[in-house]
Structures are given as structure tokens and as C-alpha cells.
Design a protein around this ligand. Structure first.
Ligand SMILES: [Zn+2]
Length: 131
């Protein structure tokens, strides 16, 4: 490996380690509620620095994402699954006042939709957007 490339690899590893230390320390101390709290900030700051050093944006972006991904791996951060991210998972269910699909006022026992047809239509549209 050429010396310059080896230097870059060491530098990236050092940055990732420093980021991981900050992530773990602040998560442990309760400064942040999630190990992912600094993810966007770290990527943006590192990408910005690389761009200012003359790196093309897409290359700087990927390099920054790689370093931050390594930092999160070192910090043993694991993302919640999609299901764990839903309100129902933590037992917080908020009842809507109107049907999400058609806007009709909901009766007492209806939570989000006025009918199965509206529930299916809303979920089909939601899944089409997510795909
Ligand atoms: Zn409806």
C-alpha cells in the first residue's frame, strides 16, 4: 500500500475511533438519547471539511459516510427495526379523530380508519410510497 494511501486509512480509522469515543461517552452520560444522534452532524461536518480540501462532493460524501459508519460500528450502535420504530411497539397508540384515508369522523371504537376498505387503501398507498 502506498504511503499516502496508508496515511489516509490510518487517518480515517483515527477519526472513526474519536467519533466512537464521543458517541459512547455522550450516550453513557445521557447527553444523547441515541447512539445515532450525531450521525448526520458528523457526516455533514466531515463532508464539508473534505469538500473544502478540494474533494468532489460525491466522493467526500461517501468517504464521510464510511467513516461515520465505522464509528457507529465501533460504538456498537444498532438500528431499531422498522417494527421497533412504530408507536404500537412501545404501546403508544394515538387515536385519530378522522379517517386517515377519507377524512370522515371516526366512531368511538375506530382508531385510524372508518372501514377496512379505507385501511387497505391507505396501507396500499403507504407501501407504494415506501417501495
Ligand atoms: Zn375512511
Amino acid at each position: 500500500m502506498p504511503r499516502a494511501k496508508r496515511q489516509k486509512v490510518r487517518s480515517a480509522q483515527r477519526m472513526a475511533t474519536t467519533m466512537a469515543v464521543v458517541i459512547v461517552r455522550d450516550f453513557r452520560d445521557g447527553v444523547i438519547g441515541s447512539k445515532f444522534a450525531y450521525e448526520g452532524c458528523f457526516i455533514a461536518e466531515l463532508r464539508s471539511s473534505l469538500c473544502l480540501a478540494g474533494w468532489p462532493w460525491p466522493v467526500a460524501d461517501q468517504a464521510a459516510r464510511n467513516v461515520v459508519a465505522e464509528a457507529l460500528r465501533l460504538a456498537r450502535a444498532s438500528r431499531p427495526t422498522w417494527a421497533e420504530g412504530q408507536r404500537a411497539f412501545v404501546g403508544v397508540e394515538v387515536k385519530d379523530s378522522v379517517c386517515r384515508q377519507c377524512g370522515v369522523g371516526l366512531r368511538e371504537r375506530q382508531v385510524h380508519y372508518c372501514s377496512n376498505r379505507c385501511a387497505k387503501a391507505w396501507n396500499a398507498a403507504f407501501n407504494a410510497e415506501a417501495a
